[in-house]
Design a binder for this molecule. Structure first.
Ligand code: PGD
Length: 822
């Protein structure tokens, strides 16, 4: 068995449960129907929940000894042992800590020592005073616009312990503002372009539900996504309903096609037809298909006429009248390395069958990423099946179990930032200024610089202090070496976390947060389905000296003389939790739902709702299709915009007004590919949530020779004398990392896979360009915006070279407690 087989459960293993027992459970129980199956095992243990789903915990009175999946979870995540270990692993932060140089010299300390200095343990009183005084100094000397509190990240779930909102709530007690951000790292390009194209964010919308797909779709195309892997987690508490849908689709024997440089876990599960496309060429592939549809008269003219605008302006480009390059299947084949005949056959297959195009977000997390989903919508429009059961496109089947039928469960409210966030807070600022998130390093480097962003001009503020809770920028942001230098401009960097992440290791002041299992909270169960609510109960007392983010910010607000403003007079966590539940129950009453009292709910630990009739039949864009005038979508024309006059007005050279193939900064067909001939796919990990749980026992499932795995095709490995299990050096002009080779034909030639979220572990922290000993791919990625339109991140746009590492590899140290001095 190769390392890869070890890490990627095969279809047989999934079905037999030998590797992922959780997935087997998914496919064994159909629990979507009301009145789920009776328990076969006695229900005991304290209920709580996380991004990996609800679970029950057993304790010995002090420590948690076991976490078992919630009896109603159809597909428990394989990460639960890591969730347990995150409480006790050697990387747990135990006490408030201050970087030695900072404790001694404050903001005059040598900032290049961040990540290299020792840490000194301080008392909570000292820590609160240090943070409070520093915040007040910066506010007084430089004002709110010098504090960056965007604090992006996949913080733990829970309506109260939402640490990002809590941070902003604390800063808002001062009423002096702070700098926040818009957008996110997941869908940076799409969430800005899609409102121009279809009038909504689209990426976070409910999908045509799985039962409809199973019944009506004949062909399902999974484009740059791995839903069998990524639906394990949810932004809130996942219900894992997608696994029920995927099992039913497989049993129905529908044709599934996976377009991806990697033969994903999903491709294996469905035994799908695999189209191993060259990375970053999906727009060209779609154009080649569109050209085939048009030249063979397979496109739906009536749909284009009635439901879209701008096809006429797009057509001359498709046919090559504007640039003398017809986007034929042959043209696309040369770019994508997918044979022209395959492109044509796929286009015909899609046109002749009810086809659902399910796209992931990887194809927009790249240079010119705006074009991918715009072209996908254009292709789906030409197929004319949008709004029909099982047809069209979907951008969220791989995320948080999109497509699971919705219930009537009232939505829970939660703690607010106390600011003025609007209806779509992730797109707006709740601070006094805001930047497109992925430009954070550019902002630090260039105070006062003006950049373009979605038709507006943004002026960068001059940041003196950054405060991060619930995120790991030293894992998620691109071009680590550039970032490290830019970070030195910040006078003070404060972090709360429960794990010694690379970010915590680069902070000046580190405050130990509790895990969700050490505090009371409540959360919705099922991101899209709203299947119910779950009590996130405090299972154990906080370990070591950890405090919840709420408690830390309450103490800081108290130090500012504003405790009442922060707490609104609530005496403890449960009082907040009850208030969220009671508000939802009141809403429930208006829907004639008879919800139990809070006390009863809390005792049972969860509340489940059946899917509604409408929820079971939901078809995305069905209403628009039925009545495009009355149910017009939110674009300027009320129709799908294949050509956008708004984008035309912006006149950006890197985002034309209709979908366009543009060469990315780096790709295998580009100029630099001679020096760096391998494209790195930085896919989402199999055993983690981004960087979360990297410090836990789960590493044993995937590390190779103590390094992060790097999947490489046998041809590329042989050409470099690399064998399975070898330590390799991966490098380009931006940096160098070590990784462990996994030689496998599940990745196409000229492409390697290195999972995002591997913890950064510099060999010589003060040396620019030093080797990362564990394998953080963001040492190698470029820090550029997708375009002037969205300024999203380009974490997938990276080429590099790989060689066998000769000599003694430096010991990985990032999973040990950092050095401390008295
Ligand atoms: P996480 O690892 O989830 O990564 O970036 P993100 O920063 O979200 O980090 C969350 C941190 O919050 C962890 O350190 C965790 O311990 C901490 N935390 C959790 N709960 C709490 C809490 O209650 N309190 C406190 N104080 N801390 C808490 C992910 C980002 O990475 C995303 S969303 C995407 S989609 C991007 N993906 C890629 C990619 O595909 N390729 C590359 N190259 N780069 C990427 N970066 C992006």
């Amino acid at each position: 068995m190769t390392e890869t087989e070890n890490r990627h459960p095969s279809r047989r293993q999934i079905l037999e449960g030998s590797v992922a027992a959780g997935l087997l459970a998914a496919f064994g129980n159909g629990v979507l129907a009301k009145g789920a199956q009776a328990q076969s095992t006695p229900v005991n243990g304290i209920i709580s929940a996380s991004h990996w789903g609800p679970f029950r915990a057993t304790t010995d009175g002090k420590r948690i000894t076991e976490l078992v999946p919630f009896e109603k979870d159809p597909a428990p995540s394989r990460a639960l042992p890591g969730v347990l270990d995150s409480i006790y692993s050697p990387t747990r932060i135990k006490y408030p800590m201050v970087r030695a140089g900072y404790l001694k010299d404050g903001i005059k300390s040598d900032r290049s020592m961040r990540g290299a200095d020792q840490f000194v343990r301080v008392s909570w009183d000292q820590a609160i005073e240090l943070v409070s005084k520093e915040i007040e100094r910066v506010l007084k000397e430089h004002g709110g616009n010098s504090i960056f509190a965007g604090s992006y990240g996949w913080k733990s779930t829970g309506k109260l312990h939402n640490c990002r909102s809590l941070l902003q709530r604390y800063l808002n007690v001062y009423d002096k503002g702070f700098v926040s951000h818009s957008g996110d790292y997941s869908t940076g390009a799409s969430q800005v372009i899609m409102p121009h194209v279809v009038g909504t964010l689209e990426v976070y919308e409910q999908q045509t539900v799985w039962p409809i797909v199973v019944e009506h779709s004949n062909v399902v195309v999974i484009w740059g996504a791995d839903p069998v892997n990524t639906n394990q987690i949810g932004w809130i508490v996942p219900d894992h309903g997608a696994y029920v849908g995927m099992k039913a689709l497989k049993e129905a024997g529908k044709k599934v096609i996976v377009i991806d440089p990697l033969k994903t876990e999903t491709a294996e599960f469905f035994n799908a037809e695999w189209i191993p496309i060259r990375p970053h060429t999906d727009v060209a592939l779609m154009l080649g298909m569109a050209h085939t549809l048009y030249s063979e008269k397979l496109h739906d003219e009536k749909f284009l006429e009635e439901y879209t605008t701008g096809f006429k302006q797009f057509l001359p480009y498709l046919l090559g009248e504007t640039d003398k390059t017809p986007k034929t299947a042959e043209w696309a084949a040369a770019i994508t390395e997918v044979p022209a005949e395959t492109i044509k056959e796929l286009a015909r297959l899609f046109a002749k069958n009810r086809t659902m195009l399910m796209s992931g977000w990887s194809i927009q997390r790249q240079h010119h990423g705006e074009q991918s989903h715009w072209m996908l919508v254009t292709l789906a429009s030409m197929l004319g099946q949008i709004g029909l059961p099982g047809g069209g496109f979907g951008l969220s089947y791989h995320y948080s179990n999109g497509g699971t039928p919705e219930t009537d469960c009232p939505a829970l409210s939660g703690i607010t930032s106390g600011g003025e966030a609007g209806a779509t807070p992730w797109l707006e600022t709740s601070g006094s200024a805001s930047i497109p998130l992925a430009r954070v390093v550019d902002m630090l480097e260039n105070p006062g610089k003006v950049i373009d962003f979605n038709g507006k001009k943004i002026t960068y503020p001059d940041i003196k202090l950054s405060y991060w809770v619930g995120g790991n920028p030293f894992a998620h942001h691109q071009d680590r070496n550039r970032m490290l230098k830019a970070w030195q401009k910040i006078e003070t960097f404060i972090v709360h976390d429960f794990q010694w992440t690379p970010t915590a290791r680069h902070a000046d002041i580190i405050l130990p947060a509790t895990t969700p299992y050490e505090r009371d909270d409540i959360e919705q169960w099922g991101d899209y389905s709203l299947r119910g609510m779950v009590a996130m109960k405090k299972i154990i007392e906080p370990v070591f000296e950890a405090k919840s983010d709420y408690e830390i910010f309450r103490l800081l607000s108290k130090a500012a003389g504003k405790e009442q403003k922060f707490t609104e007079g609530k005496k403890d966590d449960l009082e907040w939790v009850k208030s969220f539940y009671d508000a939802a129950a009141k809403l429930g009453q208006t829907r004639k739902l008879n919800m139990p009292s809070f006390e009863e709910f809390w005792k049972v630990g969860y509340l489940e709702f059946p899917p509604t009739e409408a929820g079971k039949k939901f078809v995305r864009y069905e209403k628009f299709r039925e009545d495009p005038a009355l149910e017009a979508i939110g674009t300027p024309s009320g129709k799908i915009e294949i050509y956008s006059k708004n984008i035309e007005k912006m006149a950006y050279d890197d985002c034309p007004p209709h979908p366009t193939w543009m060469e990315p900064l780096e790709w295998l067909g580009g100029k630099t590919a001679n020096t760096y001939p391998l494209h790195i796919v930085t896919k989402h990990p199999l055993y983690r949530l981004h960087s979360q749980l990297c410090g836990t026992v789960l590493r044993k499932k995937y590390e190779v020779n103590e390094r992060a795995p790097l999947m490489i095709n046998p041809k590329d490995a042989e050409a470099r004398g690399i064998k399975n299990g070898d330590i390799v050096r991966v490098f380009n002009d931006r940096g160098q990392i070590l990784a462990g080779a996994v030689v496998t034909d599940k990745i196409r030639p000229s492409v390697v896979v290195c999972e995002e979220g591997n913890w950064y572990n510099p060999a010589e922290p003060t040396k620019h360009g030093t080797l990362c000993k564990f394998g953080d791919p963001n040492v190698l990625t470029p820090d550029i915006g997708t375009s002037k339109l969205a300024q999203g991140n380009c974490g997938h746009t990276v080429i590099a070279q790989v060689e066998k590492f000769i000599g003694t590899a430096p010991t990985v140290t990032v999973f040990l407690e950092p050095e401390t001095s008295a």
